[in-house]
Design a protein around this ligand. Structure first.
Ligand code: NDP
Length: 483
């Protein structure tokens, strides 16, 4: 008789002993932590445990932060040579590496993402952004951005909850390298690593006021956006809020970059290497619980390989381990908040009612916290809301196509244009398809690969401007085009 053996993974929990979470946090202004007025809780979405009380910045707090940033800009940072600024950035990068485990544990506790991802992706990439921009600080005049590029002044930076420290690094590192000072607001549900970063700024002896961090909700973000003392707004978040910001800054002199939503097509041609492709599909949509603006959330399969790909994809999905984010074996962690979970549940229900077919592997979800099983919808058409709207969760919509031209037509049929994926063994087909796709980032035979040297950003409703690389630097310098 044939027997099959299955192996269970023993739990491999990461210890949280390395982090010290204070019961209450204030704002980081002018190089010091200052007490806040009102507070709100930040919780661990995997357990609903209250981790700490976070200050909610109002007008006076934002004013103080902008004032500190302006003072540091005028008296210190804009006067300092690029070489000196670079030394601080290197110092920050090295301290982030030294404290990487602490950052990873804290990120996982506050965000719900698997420790494997915060440890191997978020934190190393955040440090890499500081290293990369440290290198630029004294070479700006050789970047092809003019002979004597000048900073913009004070940058107001508003970031989301999906990659808290990494989004901070994308914003702070280029701003500082180019000679700007910053006022940054982390998302309401994930402020803890930004507050630890404030400690790193102190440890690096960064001049007071160069980095200011105010915590709060959307109202704090709006105060930053509308503050007359700010020269540039850099925002990552929803298209809806991006539009509000665009309208708010339109009558002002403020520069702006917006990194917004997406609904990326991940296109599988019939000559694709199927096993590798299945890994890429899983990474494309289930990485970080699908809380990724560039997630490959629309899978376009060429009809003659659709059955085979779906069969293998379902087999692969049975092996995805969902659960405790602190367990080093976990692949998919908790949904970041109750609100986000409600949004995912609502859109998935729309998928059911519009006639798409839902499938999830069997998986036991923890009773506490916010969870959603990895899910695919087949039989999706372009008219379905789940093919058009960003779900921002572990939910994949599967469509099919017959010809390459049809694939491109479907891929581009979206108000977004952040990223796309192409799976094919033919270089000529990949190059052809990438020229037709209206997306800022296009991956071929891979997905969700990030690098500080590579510009990132979108077309259409996915945003304005680029972050990363030379293009990202340009967005923090006067008179240089962003595109
Ligand atoms: P938001 O756009 O609301 O939040 C992003 C950041 O902007 C947060 O720091 C938020 O503060 C702040 N903010 C909210 N309202 C305003 C405002 N009027 N003026 C200035 N700043 C503001 O995104 P959500 O967190 O609510 O997520 C909603 C949806 O957005 C998701 O479901 C997803 O589709 C999309 N999203 C896209 C991201 C991307 O990377 N492109 C990232 C995150 C979300 P606070 O969180 O404290 O309220």
């Amino acid at each position: 008789m044939e027997t099959t053996m299955t192996f269970e993974y023993a739990p491999a929990p990461e210890s949280r002993a390395i982090v010290t979470i204070k019961p209450k946090y204030g704002h980081f202004v002018g190089g010091k932590f200052v007490a806040g007025g009102k507070h709100f809780p930040t919780i661990n979405p995997a357990t609903e445990e209250v981790l700490s009380q976070i200050a909610l910045a109002g007008k006076a707090d934002v004013d103080a932060a902008v004032k500190a940033a302006r003072k540091a800009y005028i008296s210190t940072w804009s006067k300092m040579s690029g070489k000196e600024r670079g030394k601080y950035l290197y110092r920050i990068a090295r301290i982030m590496q030294e404290r990487a485990r602490e950052f990873a544990v804290l990120e996982t506790l506050d965000n719900g993402k698997p420790i494997r991802e915060s440890r191997d992706t978020d934190i190393p990439l955040a440090a890499a952004h500081f290293f990369y921009h440290a290198g630029w600080a004294d070479k700006l005049e050789y970047a092809g951005l003019g002979t004597s590029p000048k900073p913009l002044g004070v940058a107001g930076q508003i970031i989301p909850w999906n990659f808290p420290l990494l989004m901070l690094a994308w914003k702070v590192a280029p701003a500082l390298a180019a000679g700007n000072t910053v006022v940054l607001k982390p998302a309401e549900s994930t402020p803890l690593t930004a507050l630890l970063f404030a400690e790193v700024c102190q440890q690096a002896e960064l001049p007071a006021g160069v980095v200011n961090i105010v915590t709060g909700d959307g109202s704090t973000g709006a105060l930053i956006v509308n503050h007359p003392g700010i020269d540039k707004i850099a925002f990552t978040g929803s298209t809806e809020v991006g539009k509000i910001i665009a309208r708010a800054v339109a009558p002002t002199n403020k520069s702006v970059t917006l990194e917004l939503g997406g609904k990326a097509a991940n296109i599988v041609f019939d000559d694709a290497p199927i096993d590798e492709t299945v890994e890429g599909i899983v990474n494309g949509i289930f990485f970080n619980q699908g809380h990724v603006c560039c997630a490959g959330s629309r899978l376009l399969l060429q009809e003659n390989v659709a059955e085979e790909v779906l069969h293998k994809l379902k087999n692969r999905m049975q092996k995805i381990r969902v659960g405790d984010p602190m367990d080093k074996n976990t692949d998919v962690g908790a949904i970041n908040s109750k609100e986000q979970l409600a949004k995912i549940i609502e859109l998935a229900a729309v998928g059911d009612s519009e006639g798409a077919e839902r499938w999830s592997p069997e998986c036991k979800l923890p009773s506490k916290g916010f969870w959603f099983a990895p899910t695919i919808f087949t039989g999706v058409t372009q008219a379905h809301r789940i093919a058009r709207e960003e779900i921002f969760g572990p939910v994949l919509s599967v469509l099919t196509f017959r010809t390459p031209a049809e694939a491109i037509e479907k891929a581009n049929n979206t108000p977004f244009g952040l990223s796309a994926g192409i799976w094919s063994e033919k270089g000529s087909r990949t190059l052809w398809a990438s020229q037709q796709l209206r997306a800022g980032v296009i991956w071929a035979n891979t997905f969700n690969k990030f690098d500080p040297t590579s510009p990132f950003g979108g077309y259409k409703e996915s945003g304005w401007g680029r972050e990363g690389g030379r293009h990202g630097l340009a967005a923090y310098l006067k008179g240089v085009s962003h595109e």
